[in-house]
Design a protein around this ligand. Sequence first.
Ligand code: GDP
Ligand code: MN
Length: 377
Amino acid sequence: MVKLAEWRGKEMFRKYGVPLPRGAVARSPEEAESLTAKGAVPLPCVVKAQVLAGGRGKGGAVKFASSPAEARAAAASILGLEFKGEVVREVLLEEKLAIGHEFYVSFTLDRAARIPILISSAKGGIEIESVDDAAIDRQPVHPFPGLTSFERRRAARSLGVSGSVAKSLDRVLGALWQAFQAEDAELIEVNPLAQVGDGVVALDAKVIIEDDAAFRHPEYAEIRDDRTPLEEIAREKEIAFVQLDGNIGVIANGAGLTMATLDVLKEFGGDPGVFLDLGGTDDPNKVTEAFLLMAKAKPRAVFLNIFGGVTRCDTVATGLVAAMKQVPASDRFPLVARIRGNNEKEGIAILEAAGITATPGLKESAQAVVAAAKGAA
Ligand code: GDP
Ligand code: MN
């Protein structure tokens, strides 16, 4: 999931012709002062923390300034703040507009209906979760015809606007819809979309780019910083690999079994630290690659819990034994294997030939790996 900071979202909106306040980003109080002093940001202005969490308005992370000195002071008070766990490193300064009314509009995916939807509400400026359901309009937007004029008119009606404001809204909705599609967004939210004079302006921008489409957007690669370096390598190799805080490595197949294995380890007092979902692999080399990646995370013990189906037990065993040979002795760790299902006997034989004992019971093997991780501590 690639979440764009407000200023990045707005920069993207600009390409599609969405009306925006004039503004600029500052990374220090001095910069905030000089941007306003030299007129790059008109005064009075708004100074907004650039964090991904919402509720900045309520949370003191949006301030107003009417002089360069005030802009500097506002930036100084916001920069470095920890807002909902995120340290503020940038502020967005924007001209303060005279707002007539605050609306809410968004395009997102209705996963249950499997179709994009347009959500609109006349009650903008507050979190949509706290708006009464009756005050929210939801319309499915079929991707083939795209956003129709009927849907735009219905949205205008839901916001209670007409005349030139409705015309401006119509254009903005068209632009946002275009952006939603072309940028592979899973969410584009404008809250508030403000009425300013006889038009509308996007005062806020929340944009999330669909992860599966990230490869089409190298422009966002630098901000994809929520993955660890190993997770980044895994992603390039198309290996499902997640790092947590614990010390036990888990290799399983299928999201369901992987999650259940983490739960079982927790149940027995273990602390799973990294997990690997082999999914439906039928290539031993892929298993080797995945396993070597796991070794780099330096787990204290590893639990291999496989239910052979598409991923056959002997495939996993072969890949695993090949990988074990490549792990340097200093990086070796105790391994507990439980493999059941398709080609189980062959798999167990391959493991045993390499000196790895397979335990059939889930409880016994979970307890064994927890003990091994503690023993190695
Ligand atoms: P959020 O609370 O994190 O969603 O931050 P927003 O960007 O939505 O800003 C919160 C509130 O600040 C908005 O609902 C507005 O009331 C106010 N605000 C933001 N920009 C302006 C502006 O240009 N003029 C005025 N008058 N208010 C603004
Ligand atoms: Mn907002």
